[in-house]
Design a binder for this molecule. Structure first.
Ligand code: HEC
Length: 152
């Protein structure tokens, strides 16, 4: 788990943070790369959710790692939707990503901003973390509703 989180961090560091550099994405399979980022988001959200529900004791360092994992993923994610990657692999990416690119970009920008704000808030106790975490994870559902196909 820890190794996977670090990988995603490196992927997004390599990718940089500007959508303007989209064409310079590293030479990796874009579907696998974006799914790996999301799978780390899933792990981070699970850890954060366990703390919120009291299943795992609140720990500010672990909370920070969860928020930073989501934030670093949010920065790299947008690079991995080149034309032609709407099908193939085992992608769950919805056609809406390519049909309404502006809306997808703004959903992603909101995720980036909310994640950055959550880190900025430096939650040191459970109440503060709950607020920061729910602001960030609201983005998961809203983006998935519109831009991710449900697999059955
Ligand atoms: C801006 C849009 C967006 C946001 C925000 C977003 N996701 Fe996703 N997510 C997607 C898309 C698109 C896919 C499908 C990617 C594919 O299969 O090519 C996906 C896929 C996933 C997957 C499946 C990954 C796999 O292994 O195939 C998980 C888990 C996931 N997201 C969790 C999360 C969590 C948790 C959050 C919030 C912390 C989140 N996502 C926020 C767009 C988003």
């Amino acid at each position: 788990m820890r190794r996977v989180v670090l990988c995603s961090f490196l992927v997004s560091m390599t990718a940089g943070s500007s959508l303007a550099q989209e064409s310079k994405a590293p030479d990796v399979d874009p579907i696998e790369a974006r799914q790996a980022i999301m799978s780390n988001n899933g792990a981070a959200a699970k850890l954060g959710g366990q703390m919120v529900k009291g299943e795992t004791p609140f720990d500010p360092a672990a909370a920070g790692v969860a928020l930073r994992t989501m934030q670093s993923g949010s920065l790299g994610f947008g690079y991995y939707f080149p034309e032609g990657s709407d099908t193939g692999g085992d992608t769950e990416a919805a056609p809406a990503i390519w049909e309404k690119p502006e809306e997808f970009r703004s959903a992603l920008a909101k995720f980036q901003n909310d994640a950055a704000a959550a880190i900025e808030a430096k939650p040191e106790d459970l109440e503060a973390f709950k607020q920061a975490f729910s602001a960030v994870t609201a983005n998961c559902k809203s983006c998935h509703d519109e831009f991710r196909l449900e697999k059955n």
